[in-house]
Design a protein around this ligand. Structure first.
Ligand SMILES: Cc1cc2nc3c(=O)[nH]c(=O)nc-3n(C[C@H](O)[C@H](O)[C@H](O)COP(=O)(O)OP(=O)(O)OC[C@H]3O[C@@H](n4cnc5c(N)ncnc54)[C@H](O)[C@@H]3O)c2cc1C
Length: 543
């Protein structure tokens, strides 16, 4: 096991999807960070298994999308059952058939991968980037000072030590110790009083081409989803609808509650209990039901922290917001938190940006979390688990989420049409089908190189787009990018990547102008005036 230093730049508490994503982003920025996880191993369950299109874009930027795509699969069609007979199929996401290609959206469909496998791939990527998770190490308390935060960490052998850092990020889940330690209240409500059982188990003889649903099963609806990367199925069973046969069990889901259970049946999370539930509610014989890898019971809850920051401590992921699983938003919103915070910490700690940049984290992410919570709660209450009733829409893909009203957004182009792309929105992808030129490091003199057809590999050391074929390839990496669309590329500070692009899909989608693309892929500044650039870039520590 890695021994932690007593001083670092950032302490990340919790190696779930949030902590691992943040650690990857900090590692590629060269920011020293310590990622501690109280458990002796990473989380073993399939829980958040839907990776939304926007999350896939983040993973592409972080360099693990190819592995995620190789390990996962598209969502299978839902198939409902009654009395041992198949009743009908429908799509949970999108419509029948493949999603139509769109040059601005490279990954249009939600991708299925069990959460444990996503975490494993993030962990592998973190190691490639030179980072590590310190397992078996829990934060037990912290103190804040004007210039640092000190965390008390308890290791596997029970010894306590103190580590100091400039900042600390609570990625320690719904029951966040850090959130309580800094006294940030979290207000919420139960979305559904009925408990649910979620588990991963082996099943013989059940077709892996469909997500099977028993909407009218005795005791409550039950679903079995074949999980890619494994031979197991994910079980989801609702309880308490009409007095099922299974008896009491510990509710171990984070964010779940034990209250309000009067006259309601509690799920049994033991392997025998899980198998008994499946056998009682489906036509599958108990002999077909094998090993149970993981099981948990919970009551869907929605909750939002009052603030996402207290001094040098930031809340991210489930520590800041809790969702119903309906709509598949929790893990995805958590990863976006990490992606928003990582580059800001990097600019402050590595490039000397003003600490005020970090205030924008809460200002941008709290309203997004509130919006997403509203969507997942509405989907939960409207959907139900009945044939045809559980369907997701485009709002769950997280491509339309942006920071239009955020403090880092400057839209300086007058007279835009209503449907024009605006500062604050996600910077869309586009094939480099127009004329593109520029350089990966513009240097003080700027990077305008001779224009030529994009996509050529021969732009050479003088600059150029190299072999890039898409805008996202120009954005990939920890840098800020400036796009000069249909106009000259001005001089840029060292480290900023700049490109001039004329025509093609880019000019059609972006319109003419100068655009600052933040490292997390959102349009920060949109202007016609090169004089707006230095002041804006200065706020990001780029001078
Ligand atoms: C049944 C179910 C289905 C779901 N389905 C989906 C879905 O389809 N799509 C989706 O997007 N989301 C889904 N979610 C939500 C998703 O699982 C969570 O949003 C996600 O795990 C949040 O990640 P996190 O890293 O913030 O927190 P967590 O995954 O909870 O990770 C927190 C980590 O911190 C560690 N920790 C806690 N306290 C300490 C401490 N004091 N010191 C050190 N370490 C500590 C924990 O051990 C844990 O490893 C689902 C959730 C449930 C319950």
């Amino acid at each position: 096991m890695t021994h932690a230093p007593t001083r670092t730049e950032v302490i990340v508490v919790g190696a779930g999807p949030t902590g691992l994503t943040l650690a990857c982003d900090l590692a590629r920025r060269g920011v020293p960070a310590l990622l501690v996880e109280q458990a002796g191993a990473l989380f073993p369950g399939s829980r958040g298994k839907g990776l939304q299109p926007r999350t896939q874009e983040v993973f592409e930027d972080l360099g693990l999308l190819a592995a995620v795509h190789a390990a996962g699969r598209p969502y299978p069609r839902m198939l409902s059952w009654e009395d041992g007979e198949p009743q009908g199929e429908w799509d949970l996401v999108g419509g029948p058939g493949p999603v139509a290609p769109d040059p601005t959206v490279p990954f249009p469909s939600v991708w299925m991968l069990p959460q444990w496998r996503t975490q494993e791939l993030l962990h592998e990527r973190l190691r490639e980037l030179g980072g590590e998770v310190v397992l078996g190490t829990a934060l037990s308390g912290l103190d804040q000072y004007p210039d640092r935060v000190e965390a008390r960490l308890t290791g596997p052998d029970g010894t306590e030590r103190t580590v100091s850092a400039r900042y600390l990020v609570a990625a320690d889940g719904g029951r966040s110790t850090v959130r309580r330690a800094v006294g940030i209240p979290m207000a919420g409500e139960q979305v559904d009083p009925r408990p649910a059982l979620v588990a991963d188990l082996e099943i013989d003889g059940l077709d892996r081409g469909n997500w099977h649903v028993w909407p009218k099963a005795p005791g409550g609806p039950l679903l079995l989803c074949p999980l890619p990367s494994t031979t197991a199925f994910q079980l989801f069973a609702q309880f308490g609808t009409e007095g099922g046969a299974e008896a009491g069990a510990e509710n171990d889901a984070k964010g779940g509650t034990k209250g309000g259970t009067e006259n309601r049946t509690e799920p049994d999370t033991s392997p025998e209990g899980v198998r008994r539930t499946v056998a009682a509610r489906t036509h599958l014989p108990e002999s077909a039901l094998g090993r149970v890898h993981w099981a948990s019971a919970f009551r869907p809850r929605t909750a939002l922290a009052e603030r996402f920051r207290e001094g040098r401590v930031f809340l991210a992921g489930d520590a800041a917001h809790l969702h119903s699983p309906a709509g598949g938003q929790g893990l995805n919103t958590s990863i976006q938190d990490a992606y928003n915070l990582g580059w800001k910490l990097g600019q402050v700690l590595r490039h000397g940006a003003d600490e005020a940049l970090l205030d924008s984290y809460e200002e941008e992410r709290l309203p997004i979390a509130a919006d997403v919570l509203e969507i997942s709660t509405r989907l939960h209450r409207a959907g139900g688990v009945r044939a045809g009733g559980l369907r997701r829409g485009p709002r769950t893909e997280q491509l339309g989420l942006g920071y239009e009203d955020g403090p880092l957004t400057v839209e300086a182009r007058p007279g835009l049409t209503e449907d024009a792309l605006r500062a604050g929105e996600r910077a869309p992808d586009a094939p480099l089908d127009g004329a593109a030129s520029g350089t990966a490091d513009s240097g003080p003199a700027g990077g305008a190189a001779a224009s030529g057809p994009a996509g050529t590999a021969d732009s050479g050391p003088a600059g150029g787009t190299g072999s890039a074929r898409r805008l996202f390839e120009l954005f990939r990496g920890p840098h800020v990018t400036v796009l000069a669309v249909g106009r000259d590329l001005p001089g840029l500070p060292t480290g900023v990547h700049g490109y001039r692009i004329d025509g093609g899909v880019t000019e059609r989608v972006y319109g003419p102008g100068l655009f600052v693309v933040r490292p997390d892929g959102y349009l920060g500044l949109a202007t016609h005036d090169p004089a707006d650039l230095p002041g804006y870039l200065d706020r990001l520590g780029l001078r």
